[in-house]
Design a protein around this ligand. Structure first.
Ligand SMILES: [Mg+2]
Length: 322
């Protein structure tokens, strides 16, 4: 076993050599890291279990990418800049080809965000990938879920629903082929955490959350943490053309609201900050869309034309799980 796993540590070590603020990385008992002065350390951890958080038999590069991406997305939601990651990998056997592809997927995304792997550990067992990420944010400037006020605009990045559509295709719950279907699959397999956007929202957004469980559910969490409710205008949802092409507009809207796995940011902006938002992140570049507002009364409501509906998980889980 020791020999097999020594092989893995060789791959881990290669991922850990890119930052000057790592005094000591992979290879000792623990890492030594130097956070910048005047900043708070921001930390998040998430585990992905085979067959639960990704379909069994997913490409190993995608598993490596997603294990890091879902954690970077949590840092993005705080407005933090990522720096370091730790990886705990439980796998049934040390298959070198699998590990090389997994490490390649992890590393390609780590490079984009200048993240160093500073600790790794391997155990034999059912495939589970646990990643911890750490980063930093100027002291006192982290975005939280709890800062929203009634009347704040609710905005979202990207095109939610694509990942849920891609997952449905991956799992065979929907059938389609061609470039649109491939695009949606890629959006599930290789989500792009919005770290630069999150950092740009510091001082502008009043609250922020990343979308893992579904736009409406996560909007509800932000609203509840802020002691408010939320109203979402169905017709304002930014739907991608591949999602509409494969699923049609009504189902695309349901996937956008209830699907999950998007790892986009949902954030609130006081009206007085909307001009600053437009300057920091010009809407013409398609990076975000205003989709609703926070309300005084609690709950999640959708508006379609004049029709207001209370969102409940029961109503949308059907579409999320098939
Ligand atoms: Mg999150």
């Amino acid at each position: 076993v020791a020999g097999e796993f020594a092989l893995i540590e060789r791959y881990f070590r290669a991922l850990g050599t890119r930052r000057a603020d790592v005094t000591l990385g992979v290879g000792d008992d623990a890492a030594l890291l130097v956070p910048p002065a005047g900043h708070e350390l921001v930390a998040a951890v998430d585990a992905l279990v085979d067959g639960v958080h990704f379909p069994h038999g997913s490409p190993p590069a995608s598993i490596g990418h997603r294990a890091l991406a879902v954690n970077l997305s949590d840092l993005a939601a705080m407005g933090a800049t990522p720096a370091w990651a730790l990886l705990s990998l439980t796998m049934p056997s040390a298959d070198e080809g699998w590990i090389a592809a997994f490490a390649g997927g992890f590393d390609a995304l780590a490079r984009v965000h200048e993240v160093s792997l500073v600790g790794g550990n391997t155990t034999r067992g059912p495939l589970t990938v646990s990643v911890q990420v750490m980063g930093f944010v100027p002291s006192g400037q982290a975005l939280r879920r709890s800062g929203g006020r009634a009347g704040d605009a609710v905005c979202v990045t990207g095109t939610p629903g694509d990942a849920a559509g891609g997952l449905a295709l991956e799992q065979g719950r929907a059938q389609a082929s061609g470039p649109d279907a491939d695009h949606l699959r890629t959006r599930f397999l290789y989500p792009l955490p919005r770290c630069a956007t999150g950092a740009a929202l510091r001082g502008i957004a009043s609250a922020c959350i990343d979308i893992s469980d579904g736009l409406a559910a996560d909007a509800g969490k932000l609203a509840a943490a802020s002691g408010r409710g939320v109203r979402i205008d169905i017709r304002s949802l930014p739907l991608s053309s591949p999602l509409v092409a494969v699923f049609g507009t009504p189902r695309a809207r349901e996937l956008a609201l209830g699907g999950g796995e998007d790892y986009e940011l949902l954030f609130t902006v006081p009206r007085a900050h909307l001009a600053a938002l437009e300057r920091a992140l010009p809407q013409a570049e398609g990076t975000w869309r205003r989709i609703g507002e926070l309300t005084d009364s609690p709950g999640v409501f959708t508006v379609d034309g004049g029709v207001v509906t209370q969102f409940s998980h029961a109503g949308y889980d059907h579409f999320a799980t098939g």
